[in-house]
Write a protein that binds this ligand. Structure first.
Ligand code: 3AM
Length: 175
């Protein structure tokens, strides 16, 4: 079986996905970028790249041994990265639990030979892609909050001209 493109991430609760896309519809110009579908809204913890089944299994086993408590995530910040063309939402202050979880997954991935970005972890939920031109950003009068109780391994598939993210396995955060 060929290698699959994988990443670890956090899913947003469905009601929050829906609220965000309703808000997004009025918050940006129609030509600001290509909106991600509600079900694709996620926060990436560690990007793994193309991974063989054998390596994916080893990484899953390590992920399953992580012991960490749930944490509260506030989504109260937004930004635009023109070069990769991403408009995103995220926390103004990343919770310690989130940073710890990403650090562990990123170092386990690096030890397994998955090249990791040299840039520091910047937690974000991509909202629009192909946003390479200046974007009029909405005022930050929004705030969503939820408790992160699980994280998951995702398969990133390119289907019918779009990316789709399929959860392969997920693990609870338990103290
Ligand atoms: O949706 P976000 O922005 O969280 O941009 C890709 C997406 O991030 C990112 O991994 C997530 C799932 O595809 N990604 C893709 N290629 C990447 C790379 N070479 C990458 N992140 C780091 N390095």
């Amino acid at each position: 079986m060929p290698a699959r493109r994988l990443f670890f991430g956090i899913a947003l609760p469905e009601p929050i996905q829906q609220e965000i896309i309703r808000w997004r519809a009025g918050a940006f110009e129609a030509d600001a970028g290509r909106p991600l579908p509600a079900a694709s809204l996620h926060l990436t913890l560690a990007f793994l790249g193309d991974v063989s089944d054998e390596k994916a299994l080893a990484l899953s086993k390590q992920a399953g041994r992580i012991r960490q408590s749930p944490f509260v995530l506030n989504i109260d910040d937004a930004g635009h990265w023109p070069r990769p063309g991403i408009v995103w939402l995220g926390p103004r202050q990343a919770p310690r639990g989130l940073v710890q979880l990403a650090d562990i997954l990123r170092s386990q991935a690096a030890r397994s030979g998955c090249a990791q970005s040299p840039y520091p972890f910047h937690p974000h939920i991509s909202l629009l892609r192909n946003a390479n031109r200046p974007v009029a950003m909405p005022s930050r009068h929004f705030h969503w909050q939820f408790t992160v109780e699980r994280f998951a391994l995702y398969h990133s598939l390119f289907e019918k001209g779009r990316m789709r993210y399929q959860s392969i396995e997920s693990w609870p955060l338990t103290s």
